[in-house]
Design a protein around this ligand. Structure first.
Ligand SMILES: *Cc1c(COP(=O)(O)O)cnc(C)c1O
Length: 368
């Protein structure tokens, strides 16, 4: 039995004929840039999330960059975010010479801790980027009113949460701008890089549409602002359209597998908490464990792959040395980085595979 951490081969085999035909047609038509599937996908995903505007782009990182460029972030501006995320979230802030200001996370959901957010706001604060970590949405019902009160924007980093639900709404629609990624390993992945921004603000949508193609105005050779080359390939849009048909079912399957894990994993394993008002997209199923290194080795010997998201919080990354944070600055994030472990999670995990994973983890602790 070969268990994959994320299984893209089985998914491809399931849709092989449709995918091959769709990609073949685009190649035959040579409609590589801004072909019809790009706009069809934008329309479908606007409907899916409930956002009035959906704008595809080249990656999740570009989605975040487009949002910050649209808010005209300037050097020295401060943006509040979490230290427990993928580098891209804070990287785009730093890329614009603005300052990432980290706020520690909740120990139960691993999302940014609202209760510690207010004291991070200064005169220079322009916005907040909450991250829906591992597929569970952050606390927008608390964060959004605080942002309003201080005239800050909220950019939702929904790179891991596309397909998730929050109080009856969909991930991507929870801030002023929502950003997602279609990197192959994300819940909805394409066959390369891809991303999307969502907003209900027509002005922001218009600015990001321009920024996405070199700050274009009425036409290609009329440039009204400095932008980027941030389009989504037609080929990727076509892949996503085909995968989208299966996507709600895949999210349901991920939740079934997560329920099985949570019901059957035994102490001392700590299973993830999903708040009642949330439906997670389960980009990852992450447990907290003692003896993590030994458990990983034990599982590897049984051909069960695992991964650590994240071994190091962002405030302790070399790239952010210049911000001057010290170990101990965010004790919750630091503690979680030391004992978090993601186990296989994808909608093609068979029952016998799930059983083997659970039995192997439980057995590791029983023998000790
Ligand atoms: C994957 C990811 C991104 C970046 O997405 P890319 O498509 O790889 O650029 C941003 N934020 C988070 C939280 C992510 O997990």
């Amino acid at each position: 039995m070969k268990i994959n951490f994320i299984d893209l081969q089985r998914q491809y085999q399931k849709h092989k004929e449709e995918l091959d035909a769709a990609l073949g047609k685009i190649m035959a038509d040579a409609a590589f840039i801004m072909g019809p599937p790009v706009f069809e996908l934008e329309k479908k995903l606007a409907d899916f999330t409930g956002a009035t505007h959906a704008l595809s782009c080249a990656s999740g990182t570009d989605a975040l960059l487009l949002a910050l460029l649209a808010y005209d972030i300037q050097p020295g501006d401060e943006i509040i975010t979490t230290p427990f995320t993928f580098i891209a979230t804070a990287e785009v802030i730093a890329l614009l010479k603005a300052k990432p200001v980290f706020v520690d996370i909740r120990s139960d959901t691993f999302n940014i801790d609202f209760s510690k957010m207010k004291r991070a706001i200064t005169k220079k604060t322009k916005g907040i980027i909450p991250v829906d970590i591992f597929g569970q949405c952050a606390d927008y019902a608390e964060i959004n009113p605080l942002a309003r009160e201080h005239n800050l924007f909220v950019v939702e980093d929904a790179a891991q949460s596309f397909g998730a639900g929050y109080k009856g709404k969909k991930a991507g629609s929870l801030g002023d701008i929502g950003c997602t990624s279609f990197f192959p390993a994300k819940p909805l992945g394409c066959y390369g890089d891809g991303g999307m921004v969502f907003t209900n603000d027509p002005r922001m949508a218009e600015i990001m549409t321009s920024l996405r193609v070199h700050g274009q105005g009425d036409d290609k050779y009329n440039n009204v602002r400095i932008g980027i080359n941030g389009r989504l390939d037609t080929l990727q849009a076509a892949v996503l359209l085909i995968k989208l048909a299966d996507f709600p079912g895949e999210i349901a399957t991920r939740n079934k597998i997560a329920d099985y894990y949570s019901k059957n994993l035994r102490e001392p394993v700590m299973t993830p908490l999903i708040l009642k008002h949330n439906v997670s997209a389960y980009a990852q199923y992450a447990i907290r464990v003692p003896d993590r290194t030994a458990l990983q080795k034990h599982l590897k010997e049984r051909n069960i792959p695992t991964a650590i998201y994240y071994p190091k919080p962002l405030h302790l990354q070399k790239a952010f040395d210049y911000l001057g944070y010290r170990p101990g600055a965010f004790p919750v994030a630091e503690a979680i980085c030391n004992d978090i472990l993601a186990i296989p999670m994808h909608p093609y995990l068979q029952k016998n595979e799930q059983e083997l994973i659970v039995e192997s983890i439980n057995a590791f602790y029983k023998k000790g």
